[in-house]
Design a binder for this molecule. Structure first.
Ligand SMILES: NC(=O)c1ccc[n+]([C@@H]2O[C@H](COP(=O)([O-])OP(=O)(O)OC[C@H]3O[C@@H](n4cnc5c(N)ncnc54)[C@H](OP(=O)(O)O)[C@@H]3O)[C@@H](O)[C@H]2O)c1
Length: 239
């Protein structure tokens, strides 16, 4: 049975990726930070389907020490899904060093050092890495400067690692368009939602399952590396 680590795997898109991989016979390590309770509920649910197939690790990906302890806690790995991310609106004017550090650390530094720390283990299983990027890695979303920069970096990281870790580890990316509306401080108005949907060729949001299915496809595609697939309902046709 193969093992996958899904960062930010307790809720929303990450949880759907974890469930889908588990349904397809992976053992899962659910990483979480604040959503420990959700992670434990999900883990219990999946373990009741197949005993001892899910465990939970927690850690703040803003901290290099927690990244190291996550890496050290893993014995063997076939798939790393770098899904965790921070997303909230900040103009350039309001993007101070604290914002820069948090967004870059979680969205870019953590995937890099998790990949680097786990690359030997992935290499010994001929495993792969899948980074969850964003279509805004290509064209910027207004008021999200540092987020856009972090995701553009993650796109380049995907290609760079694909080249450098080949032939023993494959590295690919999935770039979602609009899948789930942002929550809390990143929430948007009904008008903004309507305008966003009008620019999607298929006129609707995608679902977390659309992302999870693509992750599963890439995980099983042994001759694909260095690729990034947009799952955006044709949103990029109208960007
Ligand atoms: N939602 C969309 O429509 C959309 C669109 C484009 C791209 N994406 C990308 O798809 C991925 C999943 O999207 P989502 O909307 O499901 O993400 P999300 O809910 O915004 O965040 C996913 C998880 O990231 C974790 N996280 C945040 N800060 C962390 C930190 N400091 N340390 C450790 N973990 C941290 C959180 O885990 P805890 O809850 O455990 O703290 C959170 O549950 C992200 O990479 C996102 O950028 C999503």
């Amino acid at each position: 049975m193969k093992t996958a680590l899904v960062t930010g795997g307790a809720a929303r898109i990450g949880a759907q990726i974890a469930k889908t991989l588990h349904d397809n016979n992976f053992k899962i390590i659910i990483h979480c930070n604040e959503s420990l309770e959700k992670a434990e509920i999900l883990s219990e649910k999946l373990n009741s389907k197949r005993k001892n197939t899910v465990e939970v690790v927690s850690g703040n990906l803003n901290s290099i020490d927690s990244i190291k302890s996550i890496v050290d806690s893993i014995d063997s790995l076939d798939l790393l899904v770098n899904n965790a991310s921070v997303f909230y609106p900040k103009s350039v004017e309001d993007s101070d060093i604290k914002v820069w550090d948090e967004v870059l650390n979680v969205n870019l530094r953590a995937p890099f050092f998790l990949s680097r720390g786990l690359s030997e283990k992935l290499s010994s299983t001929s495993g792969s890495i899948i980074n969850i990027i964003d279509i805004h890695s290509e064209r910027p979303l207004k008021n999200h400067a540092v987020y856009n920069i972090s995701k553009a970096g993650l796109k380049m990281m995907t290609q760079t690692l694909a080249k450098e870790l080949a032939p023993s580890v494959r590295v690919n990316g999935v770039s979602p368009g609009s899948i789930l509306w942002p929550e809390a401080s990143a929430e948007i108005s009904d008008l903004e939602k309507k305008l966003m949907l009008e620019r999607i060729a298929l006129n609707k949001q995608g679902s977390p399952q659309d992302i999870a299915d693509t992750v599963l496809f890439l995980a099983n595609s042994e001759y694909i590396t260095g690729q990034i697939i947009n799952i955006d309902g044709g949103r990029t046709l109208n960007q």
